[in-house]
Write a protein that binds this ligand. Structure first.
Ligand SMILES: NC(=O)c1ccc[n+]([C@@H]2O[C@H](COP(=O)([O-])OP(=O)(O)OC[C@H]3O[C@@H](n4cnc5c(N)ncnc54)[C@H](O)[C@@H]3O)[C@@H](O)[C@H]2O)c1
Length: 248
């Protein structure tokens, strides 16, 4: 068990990649707090993991709302007494060509993906500092690593921002024993991406070296590594996870 008795917060853990991270963390012995703007989704995951509610809790949180995030941190502390791992996974995309991208569409994506990540990091930092240890894992994207067709400039900018935030956070918090790393997945098959026709998903995978599709579990396995002691000499890094679409 790689994460035995550690306490992990997973934002956007109600479905998709976040759900896979929560499930794998739990099976590695972590106690998990699933934060999601969609409470029933989060609750269904925690109920399936631990119906007693002792080792898995669901909290309704909008990561862009400072008050809700602060309250959720207090709830995790009152239930589990510590926070060892924060996975900033909650994210949205709203793609439009540049000429049709309104300021509202641009800013809404920046707000959840980048500002939300900032708000959650800031909320847990004092607790991790007091503990003298913590691991922060930010879910970026291939779209923030390299120009990609069809992701939208708002999404790409937000995820590039997450990578920059992670690097500086690692420098700021490293001396206090807190690690900050990012994962930049390429196309991952989730309920959401499965709604696109297979030929569209295939175009996102052009140039891939490994023929297997990316799955939420692939991201979760990398998150376990970054959350565990096995990565104790790694901080400020973004791990590319894309079957070789981007090799550099
Ligand atoms: N699926 C992919 O191909 C892919 C690729 C690269 C990166 N990513 C990133 O991985 C993360 C998860 O993606 P996914 O495909 O699993 O998404 P998803 O849409 O399946 O799940 C996202 C979850 O986040 C929650 N959420 C949305 N806004 C929120 C908010 N303001 N506060 C709290 N929770 C909120 C949703 O309710 C949902 O449960 C995102 O950051 C996404 O950008 C996904």
């Amino acid at each position: 068990m790689e994460l035995k008795d550690l306490v992990a917060i997973i934002t956007g853990g109600g479905k998709g990649i976040g759900k896979a991270i929560a499930e794998k963390f739990f099976s590695e012995g972590a106690r998990v707090a699933i934060w999601d703007i969609d409470f029933p989704l989060a609750k269904s995951v925690t109920t399936s993991l631990d119906s007693s509610g002792k080792k898995a809790i669901a909290i309704k949180v909008d990561v862009t709302n400072e008050t809700e995030v602060a309250l959720a941190v207090s709830e995790v502390i009152s239930q589990f007494n510590r926070i060892d791992i924060l996975v900033n996974n909650a994210g949205i995309s709203r793609h439009k060509p540049i000429e049709e991208m309104t300021l509202e569409i641009f800013e809404s994506v920046m707000k959840v993906n980048l500002t939300g990540t900032f708000i959650c990091c800031r909320a847990v930092a004092p607790i991790m500092k007091k503990q003298g240890r913590g691991k922060i894992i930010n879910i970026a994207s291939l779209g923030g690593r390299t120009g990609r067709p069809g992701v939208g400039v708002n999404y790409a900018a937000s995820k590039a921002g997450v990578i920059g935030l992670t690097q500086t956070l690692a420098r700021e918090l490293g001396p206090s024993g807190i690690y900050a790393n990012a994962i930049a997945p390429g196309p991952i098959l989730t309920e959401q991406t499965k709604q696109y026709p297979p030929e569209v998903f295939a175009t996102w995978n052009i140039g891939r070296a490994i023929m297997k599709d990316g799955l939420p579990e692939d991201v979760a396995d990398t998150a376990i590594f970054l959350a565990s002691k096995r990565s104790d000499w790694i901080t400020g890094v973004t791990i590319d996870l894309n079957g070789g679409i981007l090799i550099r």
